[in-house]
Ligand binder design. Structure first.
Ligand SMILES: NC(=O)c1ccc[n+]([C@@H]2O[C@H](COP(=O)([O-])OP(=O)(O)OC[C@H]3O[C@@H](n4cnc5c(N)ncnc54)[C@H](O)[C@@H]3O)[C@@H](O)[C@H]2O)c1
Length: 385
């Protein structure tokens, strides 16, 4: 296969044998110059000799990928021999299986370190060269064991970790995160905007104080509720499936509401003080989730809850923005606490805009005056004509 990498310099860790040796053979056929690297220096030399016999330019470097010094040396040798380092394959890895209760710390460390620390050290050492030459590719070798395997807690953890280590977010994930950030930006005079504006009134020299004041109220009642909704939906939808029929979701929501009522627990993510007939953000959140493939069982349960409220209890309590965002978080299988974190990030941007506006057209003093006039105990001073 012609991959357009002729003349590129490729370093493959753990290429003394096995998949690594096969990889360098393929890259050699593509016309790459090869750095065969392995903790077993003798095996690395044998693989190099084989490449040389096939007419491939190659050197061998003994290198333990968990050693910072040896990794630096490997990169230096590649650049010294061939003038660049274009491709790095983080391949070194092995298994040391054992049931978790009987697994030694050494077995854990050696497997996880070789896979993860090795990839980190090699990538960190190789990247400056790749960035300087404005071209580079890093390939991390994972395994199907990333989904977990009995007796392979160490290997599975390493192979799952390496996915996150080298993974770029997909466009659809970026869309979803952007959507969450935009939804979290302040829309009008929310409690966080009020806190920020009033703090700015007292401390106009400190934009950070005003923004921080606005963020401090992101708790379990306001703004931070997305974390609670996500946790609730993840827990309650555990037994459901994305493609269950509508009535399954309805009956599940009905049972859930009954249980919450008995246990005097609050359902979060429904109702809105202003948008009593429906939070206008929710249909858009739903549409974007559907378009990006994140409309699953958590969304469906979240939407079934207001239906049950209406049909069974005669109450209009539509899903609100936090409810929709909680459904998004849960359908993306993200950590619920991250939901609160994302909201803080989005809200920060909104609050900065509020504080800028407060500077140009202040409302803080008016808000304070308004509060004072609402309380009959306060007698406002006569305004001078
Ligand atoms: N064999 C499989 O079925 C399979 C499946 C999925 C993924 N993988 C992965 O592919 C990669 C290669 O597997 P393989 O089957 O060829 O293994 P292998 O055991 O045949 O070869 C691994 C090589 O890595 C070297 N190595 C071990 N520790 C090292 C270290 N600290 N520094 C540098 N080199 C080190 C070994 O000396 C050996 O030459 C591994 O990351 C493995 O997890 C293998």
């Amino acid at each position: 296969m012609e991959m357009g990498i002729k003349g590129r310099v490729a370093v493959v860790t753990g290429s003394g044998r096995g998949i690594g040796a096969a990889t360098v053979a393929s890259l050699g056929r593509e016309g790459c110059k090869i750095v065969v690297s392995d903790i077993d220096a003798h095996a690395a030399q044998e693989t190099r000799d084989q490449l040389l016999r096939q007419g491939v330019e190659a050197i061998a470097v003994g290198c333990d990928v968990t050693s910072e010094d040896q990794v630096s040396h490997m990169v230096e040798e590649a650049v010294r021999a061939f003038g660049s380092l274009d491709i790095l394959v983080n391949n070194a890895g092995f298994v040391r299986d054992g049931y978790l209760t009987r697994m030694s710390t050494e077995a854990w460390d050696s497997v996880v370190d070789t896979i993860l620390k090795g990839a980190f050290l090699c990538s960190r050492a190789a990247l400056p060269q790749m960035m300087a030459q404005k071209w580079g590719r890093i390939i991390n070798i994972s395994s199907r064991s990333l989904f977990g395997n009995p007796g392979q807690a160490n290997y599975a953890a390493g192979k799952a970790g390496i996915i996150g280590f080298g993974r770029k977010p997909e466009p659809r994930e970026k869309n979803m995160v952007n959507m969450m950030l935009v939804t979290a930006a302040d829309h009008g005079l929310t409690p966080s905007a009020l806190s920020a504006r009033l703090t700015y009134l007292g401390a106009p020299e400190s934009i950070q104080g005003a923004v921080a004041a606005g963020l401090l109220g992101a708790g379990s009642k306001f703004l931070g509720t997305i974390q609670n909704v996500t946790e609730m939906l993840m827990q309650e939808a555990a037994a459901l499936h994305d493609d269950d029929a509508d009535d399954v979701f309805y009956e599940h929501a009905k049972a859930m509401l009954r249980r919450f009522k008995e246990e005097k627990r609050v359902i979060t993510g429904i109702g809105h003080p202003i948008h009593v007939d429906g939070d206008p953000r929710v249909p858009t959140l739903r549409q974007i989730s559907e378009e990006n493939g994140y409309f699953g069982k958590h969304w469906r349960l979240a939407l079934a809850i207001p239906l049950v409220f209406k049909k069974e209890y005669g109450k209009v309590l539509p899903l609100n923005g936090a409810g929709g965002l909680g459904a998004v978080m849960a359908d993306m299988n993200l950590d619920p606490m991250l939901g609160r974190g994302l909201i803080l990030i989005g809200r920060s941007a909104g609050l900065v805009a509020h504080v800028m506006e407060e500077r140009d057209s202040p409302t803080g003093q008016q808000v304070w005056d308004l509060v004072l006039t609402q309380d009959p105990r306060n007698v406002a001073p006569e305004k001078k004509q």
